[in-house]
Design a protein. Structure first.
Length: 235
């Protein structure tokens, strides 16, 4: 290696150790699991994501799936989002409160490394929910807002959903298409502009962002607008 007219390294050697151990584990379906409940919507076909434990050779993996409702074959489309995730949508929307069976055929799947599925046909039972209802939240604070403040709602579920919007300078905000249910409502000053609450740092020191937790449960009902006025964030 040369630097100007000087030779820094005349010769050298690099050692590379390659793992020659073969992957002998079987391919697995991480999702959906048996008895999975797919939350569906009436005006939008929600996809079923099929998540694998290993990378799949997409070009070599065709006609790998079958979808059945009871004993009837359901026409569907598949789009591979990544080599780990196949996204399946029925050509007609899901039936609410219905039971489906996803079949995955071993011989039609080609993992990049390791073995394919252990069973010749993997069967995964799942059901659909009622059609998901949506509502709207409209809010007004008692004071105008001079800094960037974000309103955040978090659903009171085992796997919570979080939705955020910026409060405008007049202190108003709205959130459309919130799934029906109960929520926590909070506000924080988004000092760093990343749209997420920051807990701060010790080194270099940066304080946590100011926040306010609304004291009552926010209950969103399908096809209803909930208006919250006179939200006093100074309490």
């Amino acid at each position: 290696m040369l630097q100007g007219a000087e030779t820094l390294i005349d010769s050298g050697m690099i050692k590379v150790k390659v793992d020659t151990t073969s992957d002998t584990t079987y391919l697995e379906i991480k999702s959906p699991k048996n008895n999975h409940i797919l939350t569906i919507e009436e005006d939008h076909t929600v996809p079923l994501d099929i998540v694998f434990s290993k990378l799949i050779d997409i070009a070599q993996s065709v006609h790998s799936f079958q979808l059945m409702q009871d004993t009837v074959l359901v026409p569907f489309l598949v789009n591979w989002e990544t080599p780990l995730v196949a996204r399946l949508k029925p050509k007609m929307n899901w039936e609410p409160n219905a039971r489906y069976t996803l079949q995955v055929h071993r011989d039609s799947l080609a993992p990049v490394f390791g073995r394919t599925l252990q069973d010749s046909v993997g069967k995964y039972l799942f059901k659909t929910s009622e059609y998901q209802g949506f509502g709207q939240l409209i809010g007004q604070t008692t004071e105008s807002v001079r800094e960037r403040v974000v309103a955040e709602v978090e659903s009171m579920e085992k796997e919570p959903q979080i939705f955020r919007t910026v409060v405008n300078s007049e202190g108003t905000f709205d959130m459309n298409r919130l799934p029906e249910g109960n929520y926590f409502l909070s506000f924080f000053k988004d000092s760093d502009g990343d749209n997420r609450y920051s807990f701060g740092n010790l080194s270099p020191y940066r304080p946590s962002e100011w926040f306010y937790l609304y004291p009552d449960t926010v209950k969103i009902r399908a096809n209803w607008d909930l208006e919250l006025n006179q939200i006093n964030m100074e309490k």
